[in-house]
Design a protein around this ligand. Structure first.
Ligand SMILES: [Zn+2]
Length: 556
């Protein structure tokens, strides 16, 4: 796997791009290709944030995009609403069963361990001292093309640069032909040997400023007076991490006397991380001269901090609201800068999110609704006990638990000498006894097409990629979840096919789009619509259709 070198050092292309911008085209001629596409993905951002928080948003940020752009509610039609699958679906317009990115982590049969879905054994993260199975580092496991791969396939001089604090956020938006930059465990921005063997000079220069180290100890204060937020600051169900605490002002030292690993881990949960990311975005614009070449360039930004704050404090917390406000102001200031630099018709902006957020289950439970967390140990012991009893074989029936997949032992299934479906069903039926388990779908059911005619079965099937999926998929009831965040007693998560997790904002902005509100669209339509506006072939496995009502007529 060789690095992609076409992104930097573009030269010798001149005069090929004579088309004037939309404003100059006049008359009936539609807009031409933009110089720069900015894709903004808010990590964990529900559609209703725009209406609930709208009044405290900046008039120049998301509100401006909403007023001047084409907007809709985007619906994820697949079960696994996690960061990896969300970003993969945004970029490819395809469901996980085709793009292969169905969970954040999976049990890798070949290596015999749980790994990040984007872990790549042949690749190293630049500047990282140690690489673990949890680290994301290449798009190797992403199947098919992304919308920006299609752009680069057509015009290799187009540059595609993706930035996020989380590896998977940047890598999946960069696709196979772009370049991804993400935050390292050393407090710097980095990339992997998939893309390059050495960080470009502009990245090294940005890192040498040590902005994150300089911000050490700056407490996280509210942006607005406390009474402007929709909820009180403290809740006993909010979590904390390495000294961040539950209330404002949040100390940001990671419990250390100076910058170090624990501090770098907390950075992404605070405005220090967001500010660093947006500073790096500006460095990328200048360093790669984005939008200054002959072909359309892309800057894809996944804003990671909203997700981390949502996990710790929940989607209704003051902390989440404050981070959303900061995201909105970051959008406002970037937009103002870009609109000074680019004329109308040169800049296309798209905004969306990779998934929504579940309310903190313990708060929901206090309101007399069924809600809670399902523990991995409970799932494991329930399955072990049921299968041991039914098939008379004691042993490690559960190989791994990576939500929403349960991986069973192939060896013990073989020893049982029965149709695997019987083993899977016995495990599933036992789990139905647990509070919060709504239903289950098994590997054999999915492979044989024996699915009930329900929306949930369809959503599970769309998120099921057999080589990486488990033998059993657990479907929790609304307001229940399991997995990494189900193990905690506090905070929240996402990952279901319920509306709080599936519905996100979609905004397209620029003269290619018809301003207005366009109801609900499927998220697989996002890439199709973007591809259509850019006059590109849709991504290979795209399941969506361009939302033509959102588009202005294309110049033929
Ligand atoms: Zn996410």
């Amino acid at each position: 796997m060789s690095g992609v070198s076409g992104v930097s050092g573009v030269s010798g292309v001149s005069g090929a791009h004579a088309a004037p911008p939309a404003g100059a085209a006049g008359g009936k001629a539609g807009p031409v290709a933009p110089k720069l596409v900015v894709l903004l993905v808010a990590d964990q951002f529900r559609a209703d944030n725009l209406t609930r928080l709208g009044p405290i948003f900046d008039p120049g940020g998301l509100r401006r995009l909403l007023q001047k752009g084409a907007s809709a509610i985007g619906h994820y039609g697949q079960q696994n609403t996690y960061t990896g699958p969300g970003h993969a679906l945004i970029a490819t317009g395809s469901y996980g069963y085709l793009n292969g990115i169905t969970q954040n982590k999976f049990w890798n049969q070949r290596s015999g361990r749980s790994e990040s879905m984007l872990y790549d054994d042949n690749i190293k993260i630049l500047g990282s001292k140690k690489q673990s199975a949890d680290d994301d580092n290449s798009p190797r496991n992403l199947i098919g093309s992304t919308v920006f791969d299609e752009l680069r396939l057509l015009r290799r001089e187009s540059k595609v640069v993706a930035v996020a604090l989380k590896g998977r956020g940047a890598i999946l938006l960069a696709g196979h032909l772009g370049q991804a930059y993400f935050f390292s465990d050393q407090g710097e921005m980095t990339s992997s040997t998939f893309y390059m063997n050495q960080l470009p000079e502009w990245v090294q220069k940005w890192n040498s400023q040590k902005l994150v180290d300089k911000a050490f100890g700056t407490p996280w204060e509210r942006l607005l007076p406390a009474d402007k937020y929709l909820t009180p600051d403290d809740s006993p169900h909010e979590s904390s991490l390495m000294g961040l605490g539950r209330t404002f002002p949040h100390p940001t030292t990671g419990g250390l006397p100076g910058p170090g690993p624990a501090y770098y881990e907390t950075v992404a949960y605070t405005p220090i991380g967001l500010d660093a990311e947006m500073s790096f975005v500006r460095a990328a614009l200048a360093g790669e001269k984005l939008g200054q070449g002959a072909a359309t360039d892309v800057l894809a930004i996944s804003i990671s901090s909203t997700d981390l704050v949502g996990h710790l404090y929940g989607p209704f917390s003051q902390e989440y609201q404050d981070m959303a406000l900061r995201l909105d102001r970051a959008v406002a200031s970037l937009l103002a800068e870009l609109e000074k630099r680019f004329k109308p018709g040169e800049l296309l902006v798209a905004f969306t999110a990779d998934h929504g957020a579940t309310p903190i289950p313990d708060e929901v439970a206090e309101n007399h609704m069924l809600a809670g967390r399902i523990k991995k140990d409970t799932i494991k012991s329930t399955v072990q006990k049921a299968l041991g009893a039914q098939f008379g074989i004691q042993g490690e029936w559960v190989t791994a638990l990576e939500d929403p997949s349960i991986y069973l032992s192939a060896k013990l299934i073989a020893q049982a000498k029965v149709d695997p479906l019987l083993v899977e069903e016995a495990a599933g039926k036992a789990l139905l006894e647990l509070p919060g388990v709504l239903t289950f779908v098994t590997r054999t059911q999915l492979l044989r097409g024996w699915l009930p005619p329900t929306d949930v079965a369809t959503a599970v099937a769309r998120s099921y990629f057999p080589p990486r999926a488990g033998d059993l998929v657990v479907v929790p009831a609304p307001f229940y979840f399991w997995g990494k965040y189900g193990e905690n007693e506090k905070g929240s998560s996402h990952g279901s096919f319920y509306r709080y997790d599936t519905d996100v904002p979609v905004i397209f902005y620029g003269p290619w789009f018809q301003p207005g509100e366009f109801g609900v669209i499927e998220m697989v339509d996002f890439a199709a619509t973007l591809a259509h506006a850019l006059k590109l072939t849709p991504p290979a496995a795209c399941a969506g259709r361009p939302v033509t009502t959102m588009l202005r007529p294309i110049q033929r």
